[in-house]
Design a protein around this ligand. Sequence first.
Ligand code: ADP
Ligand code: MG
Length: 488
Amino acid sequence: MIAPEIREKYKVVIGLEVHAQLATESKIFSPDPNAFGNDPNTNIHVISLGHPGVMPLLNKKAVEYAVMMGIATGCEITRFGFFDRKNYFYPDLPKGYQITQDKTPICTKGALEVELKNGKLIKVLINRIHLEEDAGKLIHLSGEKDSLVDLNRAGVPLIEIVTEPCIHSSKAASAFLTEIRKIVRYLHICDGNMEEGSLRCDANVSVMLRDAKELGKKVEVKNMNSIKNVAKAIDHEVERQIELLEDGEEILSETRTFDVVTGKTYGMRTKEELNDYRYFPEPDLSPLEISDEWLEEIKSKISVLPNDLRIELETKYGLGPEDASQLTAQKEFAMYFKEICEHTKSYKSVANWFKGPIKSYIKDKGISLEDFPLTHEQIAEVIKIIDEGKISFSAASQQLFPHLLANPEESIQEAIADLNIAIESDSGSIQTTIDEVISASPDKVKAYNNGKKGLIGMFMGEVMKKTNGKVDPKLANKLLRETLDKAK
Ligand code: ADP
Ligand code: MG
């Protein structure tokens, strides 16, 4: 661990390169299916295999998806551009070149506002978004000396989103990636699944002394399969680089890989010798022109974006950054929240019910919100009854809620009566229960009065259990403290 005063001397600089596989039906230049998880080498076609004499044909949907992403991230859209060949040899690239965009990326100069967990807003500048094709995949089976190649992925459409080196912490990098994942999901252009590799991120990391004029040498870290791991890889890389500099050593410009097991990065190859990809315009594709009409049509397909909803949840409904972030993870979540809020003003309670009981139910059952058995009105009514002090939150979440889910037709009043969970505000009967609980554990009472105040939770639990959650927790807590004090 580096001492905080040493760490303070340095500024962290991060630029991200995010690849998103576009969820088109077929590949970017050929008709073979774009699907994950099929048997190896079944989603292939002569075009993606690079047979001699075949001609690529551009997938219109892929262009539309890339433009949607550009609009959602405030980019300028390139109205007249072309594709380039990037030449290199690798066994997962049958053609010997990748079709990409070098000189005329489809989107440029974007900016995205991102909120950090502490509520701070940052602006991430986007250098460009370009369209390209994915390569196949090499499979290295352990213990085998030969590797296998699966070309199902060859020719899958990708966008690469390249940020400026303007991100200054792993937390900011995570927040940016989370936002990108939300956007691609809201736009339905990519499933955003990092484990399956439909969303991938390379992190370029450098450190510099705070008063330095020039950026430090960057290291590119690859192979992180979750947002958490991107943050871990960055944190490790920052520590490693500061330690090297503090020891008077140099940072090597290199590509490193992140190992989940050790949480460390390891060198793969140095970048000192520059690759020469011999880019040149792809002669088999005509230039890509985006007309005014087409651009308008694409724009009209974009409805609400996660940032719009976040701002609405924070300003109109008064939610904090954590709640707003969780509720905008999917558009359906935020919409559902807003619908319940049509029937109640206890917005914070709605957020809590959503994040807790509702979300765990749909997750456990593997269903979507559409199939959630209770209506918005029913949920709002449960919240209202708790707010009015008629039932406790614990009785509502542990008994009423499961009961209603099993019997969605039953009225809430009936259910409360059936379950016998209405709060009794009669302090006399609560007192009787408290006295019973206290006299059952004289040792604990002594310990409480000798300073182990945490035991109050145990006593409250007992009272709740004995009364079937039918007491007003505030009143019970007050009476319990008074009774314990008297028992001294
Ligand atoms: P390269 O030519 O090595 O690919 P680019 O200029 O294309 O480098 O940048 C690639 C990525 O690296 C971008 O996301 C950019 O923001 C980031 N980057 C560039 N310089 C630095 C630096 N000194 N520290 C951190 N990231 C950097
Ligand atoms: Mg580059």
